[in-house]
Ligand binder design. Structure first.
Ligand code: FES
Length: 107
């Protein structure tokens, strides 16, 4: 079972066991990770699941798609090159050990 480390906006570290093929957002919600709201349920329209992918994982996670990148640009705060929406990151065994920093919400 892939394990993901979420670092909440206040620095709290949460280790989460994710099910393969669920999204990082779903894994975060099941485990009460602070700062991941997932308001749209993973439809890529709310940006309330914004994370910064840890630098060591950028290549394996890959960049945001076009629709995701547009949503980040228009709806999210503190957008960086390593920004992703957790609902668009599908968990696989290859992502065991992934580290995601939950983005703050204030612009
Ligand atoms: S849950 Fe809404 S964009 Fe990710």
């Amino acid at each position: 079972m892939p394990r993901i480390t979420f670092i909440e906006p206040d620095g709290t570290v949460r280790l989460v066991d994710a099910e393969p093929h669920e999204s990082a957002m779903q894994a975060a919600k099941r485990n009460g990770v602070d700062g991941i709201i997932g308001e749209c349920g993973g439809s890529c329209i709310c940006a309330t699941c914004h994370c910064h992918v840890d630098e060591a994982w950028l290549d394996r996670v890959g960049p945001a798609g076009d629709i995701e990148a547009d949503l980040l640009e228009f709806e999210a705060a503190d957008v960086r090159p390593e920004s992703r929406l957790a609902c668009q990151i599908q968990i696989t065994e290859a992502l065991d050990g992934l580290v995601l920093h939950v983005a703050g919400r204030s612009r």
